[in-house]
Design a protein around this ligand. Sequence first.
Ligand code: PBE
Length: 264
Amino acid sequence: GSEQSASMQKGKIIGIEPGAGIMQNTEDAITDYDLDYTLVSSSSAGMASELTKAIKDNKWIVVTGWTPHWKFARFNLKYLDDPKGIYGGEEYIGALARKGFEADNPGAYEILFRFKWTPDEMESVMLAIEDGKTDEEAANEYITTHPDQVSNWIGNVTGDGSLVKIGYVLWDSEIASTNVLKKVYEQAGYKTELIAVDAGPLYQAVSTGDIDCTISAWLPKTQANYMDKYGDDLVEVGKTLEGAKIGLVVPDYVTISSIDELNS
Ligand code: PBE
């Protein structure tokens, strides 16, 4: 029964890549709430498959979760309340650029500055990928079905065929957004290179100028540790998406409602 399953899964929080901001936040939560839990590192895909399996068997599970994410469209899930505010409140997804990107490539910078969409729009691309489309197919489909938005992003910019190096982390959300940005740049007349790295090396590469830009920055709280370390050596261009959120997520059938209750 689910009660037995419950005790089997307790004691673990299923996490994602060790470098993700949410992993640091979760270590802080374990300490500050004095949780009798260990955080298990995995990957975004691994977390999602653990979650899918647990729900199929009606088992107790707690994962590190974030919005936008296709899992909220697919399953009945809830965030656990976080009375201590360890996971912050409303987060945004920022665009970061290397110092000098605006001067060297003003058109490409302008597109980055104007690239803004909603959680629902981003989630639609994530869902298409989850439904089996390739990253590229899903991004193409988004571009062709949102021509007005794309032309707003591009504005009067005419690309000169130069290369824009875009860094990202292989989180589902950033796979979706970065592939859309890539298509926008290509439609505007730029070449692109996508460079997948972990979060720490990503911030470092923007700060050293090894890559031009990224739209993988979850702020102000999620990746505060990386911003503290590298923020002075990079440019925060703008907010690509507002209304993001991170926290601990459980299926609805898990009866607790707050992180406080995890030990009980
Ligand atoms: N996330 C999704 C990332 C940002 C994107 C919330 C897993 C993190 O740094 O935790």
